[in-house]
Design a protein around this ligand. Structure first.
Ligand SMILES: Cc1ncc(COP(=O)(O)O)c(C=O)c1O
Length: 404
């Protein structure tokens, strides 16, 4: 049977990661995957997570099956965290998922069960896995642009394109720290998007993967909360991978907001059914860790403080790269980089230039120009800037200017 299988496509990000693994140059720098790295280049277990794990080990509760929605206390904590204490929790339900990807997939299944062949609009460019997940669930995908010619959020363009969205189409929006561009709408832009959803009848589907790593936890959740207060129906995929550093524990949840208790109950059951046929129920450990942190005031405060340290490091890295690029004659590129937020930045480099960066300077980013700002050790920033400037052909110009 397996002989019949044609060569399947492989994942471009993991292909690059494997290529990096076999690169023997000592100066190689992996900026492909979206993981936070500290000054020593490691992705640390957060102290709050370690403490929660110790408490869980001491308590050593039963490992009996949980319900189909996973850990109920986790779901309540995440509803409270995402929607806020004043949020519309009375018309919402949350189902624990296998991280953010699992939430995206379960919600895509829910859309398909509700209305097969629904069109979901995603940004161009988008998170590399948005289209594959939606298409695998049987949905139609259309795109809307994201950035304007100056590299900022294209408010007018996005609103114009979304005027074509039909009633009950779904629009996937990243709640903060847009992957891959790092370009986010301002709050006024979000209000305009909410107006567009209310007027056009399209359903916002918010992907939250980086809250806490842009402007701060509450600020990063503002747009999602505002949308939740304004639209009758909404879907939210939440990941705990980045902001709790729980990448491999696979923790997240799918949230649905409906206009009636009955619709929300049905949606929750449909999500449970989708999970049941995929993996039955999600793993407990990471969800128990997150719940332990969020339910304990002291641990919660410690986690938030650590998250702020991570965010500050990302901001410092971006600022430093900007300064070095400017000094090397790339002021324009530096300016657009400075406006971006979160773990990623888009370098103004073409696919061949990204390949040159990899071959000549051992710097691995995606072919679309995305680099993980959170993955750069501070002492490597001057070298990275030299590589970028070199590829842009600007380094020589800058040297000539300085020595003139
Ligand atoms: C925008 C976005 N959504 C969702 C995910 C999925 O994250 P995970 O499944 O690891 O929680 C990612 C991961 O990089 C992402 O960037």
């Amino acid at each position: 049977m397996l002989e019949l299988l044609p060569p399947p496509p492989t994942d471009p990000l993991w292909d690059l990661t494997y290529e990096f693994g076999s690169d023997e140059r000592p100066e190689r720098l992996n900026l492909v995957l979206g993981v936070y790295r500290d000054q020593t280049g490691t992705t640390p277990v957060m102290a709050a997570v370690r403490e929660a794990e110790m408490r869980l080990a001491e308590r050593s509760e039963s490992k009996e099956y949980r319900g189909l929605s996973g850990n109920a206390a986790f779901n309540r904590s995440l509803l409270d965290l995402v929607l806020g204490p004043q949020g519309p929790a009375d018309r919402a339900a949350a189902v624990q998922t296998v991280a953010g990807s699992g939430a995206l997939r379960l919600l895509a299944d829910l859309i398909c069960r509700t209305r097969p062949g629904t069109t979901v609009w995603i940004s161009d460019p988008a998170y590399v896995n948005h289209r594959p997940i939606l298409e695998a669930a049987g949905l139609q995908v259309r795109t809307y642009g994201w950035r304007d010619a100056e590299g900022g959020f294209d408010t007018a363009g996005v609103l114009r394109e979304l005027r074509e969205a039909r009633r009950d189409d779904v629009v996937l929006l990243q709640g903060c720290c847009h992957n891959p561009t790092g370009v986010d709408p301002l709050l006024d832009d979000w209000e305009a998007l909410a107006d567009s959803a209310v007027r056009g009848g399209w359903v916002p589907f918010v992907d939250l993967a980086y809250h806490g790593l842009g402007d701060g936890l509450e600020a990063d959740l503002l747009a999602t909360r505002m949308l939740a207060a304004r639209v009758p129906e909404m879907l939210i995929a939440v990941s705990c991978s980045k902001n709790f550093g729980l990448y491999s524990d696979r923790v997240g949840c799918a949230i649905v907001l409906g206009s009636s208790a009955r619709a929300v109950r049905h949606a929750e059951t449909a999500l449970q059914n989708a999970a049941r046929t995929l993996y039955s129920m999600p793993p407990e450990h990471g969800a128990a860790v997150v719940t332990t942190i969020l339910e304990d005031q002291g641990l919660r405060a410690a986690w938030r403080a650590e998250l702020d340290v991570m965010r500050s490091r990302i901001m410092a890295n971006r600022a430093d790269l900007t300064v070095h690029l400017s000094a090397l004659g790339c002021a324009e590129q530096a300016r657009s980089l400075a406006r971006q937020k979160g773990m990623f930045s888009m370098l103004p480099l073409t696919a061949p230039q990204m390949l040159q960066l990899r071959r000549q300077y051992a710097v691995y980013g995606t072919t679309s120009g995305r680099i993980n700002i959170a993955g750069i050790p501070a002492h490597r920033i001057p070298g990275l800037a030299r590589g970028i400037a070199g590829v842009l052909g600007a380094a020589d110009t800058a040297r000539a200017v300085r020595t003139a």
